[in-house]
Design a protein around this ligand. Structure first.
Ligand SMILES: Nc1ncnc2c1ncn2[C@@H]1O[C@H](COP(=O)(O)OP(=O)(O)OP(=O)(O)O)[C@@H](O)[C@H]1O
Ligand SMILES: [Mg+2]
Length: 259
């Protein structure tokens, strides 16, 4: 299997417009086995999107080493599919042309054409191929972005809050779709989410991050068979542990009445 990522001692700084130096990532190390599903969770500004961007090769790191299957990552490549936090569909292209864009750019549209229809169907956008992004809801645009990231069958799928704009029910259905696609393709999935339940439901490993400076403060292997029951005791145990690591565990008070 291919698609293993090795992150070792990676740091990234930015300078904001006032000249202040921001440590977006400080000495971050993480090994992601090929074919696994890893979630990054943590408060706003802890460097989750920055870490995905570094893996995608869109921005360079300042320090450390970043490898895909043992080869240093230096630039973006078709082996990594990226679904951005904000949908980045081209407004002047139809949904179909947006999804087919990467295949055309790589000159492989003719042989891969069937996959465009396959993924349009998979994300539930059949019938909207000829619509333009402004004619779709936010959630539909997110699904189109997911299809665009998947259509080139990358080794590594990078998902930055992929389901953030969806209502709770569509979101749970899409989680199952993502799981199905991930299992079928065998790709490595790295997903940013703010949703603890989503992280436990989908992941083999949950990575907890904190801001200023952006660091990994804990990792948790979710050793539950799939499909997972969202209200099982084991599920709730993992949920509570992640919330505790994020310092949102709360305190359990003695009840002032008994039933
Ligand atoms: N291009 C940039 N220029 C300056 N600062 C940046 C840039 N990109 C990110 N940062 C800063 O780096 C830090 C980490 O940003 P990042 O977008 O990775 O956070 P995040 O964890 O994805 O947050 P969110 O959950 O809000 O999406 C933030 O303080 C942000 O302001
Ligand atoms: Mg982000």
């Amino acid at each position: 299997m291919v698609g293993s990522i090795s992150i070792s001692g990676v740091s990234k700084h930015f300078v904001n417009p006032t000249g202040e130096r921001i440590t977006a990532l400080d000495n971050v190390s993480l090994d992601i086995p090929a074919g696994s599903f890893v979630s990054l969770i943590g408060p706003s500004g802890c460097g989750k999107s920055t870490l995905l961007r570094l893996i995608s090769g869109l921005i360079p790191m300042d320090d450390g080493s970043l490898m895909l299957d043992g080869t240093p990552i230096k630039a973006p490549g078709a082996d990594r599919g990226f679904m951005f936090q904000e949908h980045t569909l081209f407004p002047w292209l139809s949904i179909y042309d947006n999804i087919a864009f990467g295949l055309r750019a790589r000159g492989i549209y003719k042989q891969e054409k069937d996959h465009v229809d396959e993924f349009i169907e998979m994300v539930g956008l059949k019938g909207f191929e000829h619509s333009y992004p402004h004619q779709l809801s936010g959630g539909m645009c997110q699904r189109a972005s997911l299809a665009r990231a998947l259509v080139g069958k990358p080794k590594v799928l990078l998902l930055d809050e992929p389901l953030g704009a969806l209502d709770a029910f569509t979101r749970m259905n899409m989680q199952d779709e993502i799981l199905r696609i991930w299992k079928e393709t065998g790709m490595t999935a790295i997903m940013v989410t703010h949703d603890v339940d989503e992280a436990v439901y989908l992941s083999d490993k949950v990575v907890v991050m904190t801001p200023r400076p952006g660091r990994i403060t804990g990792t948790l292997d979710i050793k539950l068979a799939r499909p997972r029951a969202r209200s099982s005791e084991d599920f709730l145990h993992y949920r509570a542990e992640i919330l505790r690591q994020l310092h949102y565990g709360g305190t359990i008070k003695e009840p002032n009445y008994y039933i």
